[in-house]
Design a binder for this molecule. Structure first.
Ligand code: CUA
Length: 338
């Protein structure tokens, strides 16, 4: 009879454990990881989930079995038989959870330590968060600045974060970790991308009206492509103004929102930059002053038909040589284009 009971408990446990496993595995709860750090985090996640499913199966099996076999008849008002403890059981239910929690702690500590280790030669990227945009500077790659986070595959990267105004939080779901950018603090985050692709960069701390729009892309490239991109950006920055300006235009992603024939861009979110001279006239300002102001203080004059607060104010922090180059480039190309 006892053997029959144990078999029943095991059977019920297999069924409830199977259901719990299906719920854990079948929907894609997690994004496909794209960094070594996230790979380790996913391992911890499944390690803990497996333990939880095992405990759930055991507990639910005993409960279901008890409900089926020890149900009191409807008219039975008597108390159950008294129980005075069970030393063996008590030792087991203390020792087993202690062992499990310790195992989770050790695995988590190892993963945390590994994920915080940038190795001896990480690629440094300075991340600046501001209402409501991200910008990424590469100090070892001639200080190029990019509106997208471009990373070489397989190289460990150390992000140095800063915020210019309020608290923002850096998050690429496929890279797993989140890091707050707090004004006055300089936190770091280690990422080793291990899958090519383009992933969303999300601000995950409510930071004002434009919070939901504070997004850009993380682009994981082949190392050779990354080097070529960095070289080309760096060279363009030190080249003649037109070339340098075009490099800034491209790296800041201006073409995503603006049309400019000279740059081959066809964005329609913001005003057509080939019409800058006419816009300057309408605003009643000299062309150069108008272009510069529109970049660093976009709400000073908003072209009719376009809403305020759409153009990010972050370009105000472009280093001066890059800003100058961009202004000159826009003036030259818009004059040539009209
Ligand atoms: Cu920045 Cu939310």
């Amino acid at each position: 009879m006892r053997r029959g009971w144990i078999l029943q408990v095991i059977l019920i446990g297999l069924v409830t454990g199977g259901i719990a496993t299906a719920v854990a595995v079948i929907p894609n709860w997690l994004p496909r990881d794209a960094s070594r750090e996230e790979g380790r985090i996913v391992f911890v996640f499944w390690f803990v989930t497996a333990i939880c499913i095992a405990i759930f199966a055991l507990v639910s099996a005993v409960i279901v079995f008890s409900v089926l076999h020890f149900r009191a008849p409807a008219d039975d008002d008597s108390d159950g038989p008294p129980i005075h403890g069970h030393t063996g059981l008590e030792i087991a239910w203390t020792a087993v959870p202690t062992g499990l929690v310790l195992a989770i702690a050790v695995v988590s500590a190892v993963v945390l330590a590994k994920n915080g280790d940038a190795g001896s030669n990480p690629l440094r990227v300075d991340v600046t968060a501001q209402q409501f945009a991200w910008s990424f500077k590469y100090p070892k790659q001639s200080n190029i600045v990019s509106g997208q986070l471009r990373l070489p595959l397989g190289r460990t990267v150390k992000l140095h974060l800063q915020s210019l105004d309020v608290i923002h939080s850096f998050w690429v779901p496929e890279f797993g970790q989140k890091q707050d950018a707090v004004p006055g603090l300089h936190p770091t985050l280690v990422i080793t991308p291990d899958r090519l692709g383009t992933y969303p960069v999300v601000c995950t701390e409510l930071c004002g009206l434009g919070h939901a729009l504070m997004r850009t892309e993380a682009i994981v490239m082949r190392p050779a492509d990354f080097d070529a991109w960095a070289r080309q950006q760096g060279k363009a920055l030190s080249g003649p103004p037109a070339q340098a300006g075009k490099a800034v235009f491209d790296s800041e992603g201006c073409g995503a929102c603006h049309t400019l024939k000279a740059a081959g861009s066809t964005g329609k979110v913001g005003p057509d930059l080939d019409k800058l001279p006419a816009e300057a006239q309408q605003a009643g300002k000299p062309l150069e002053e108008f272009v510069r102001e529109s970049i660093v203080n976009p709400n000073a004059y908003v072209a009719p038909g376009y809403p305020k607060n759409v153009m990010p104010p972050t370009f105000a922090q472009l280093p001066k040589p890059q800003l100058d180059a961009l202004v000159q480039y826009l003036i030259q190309s818009s004059k040539g284009g009209s």
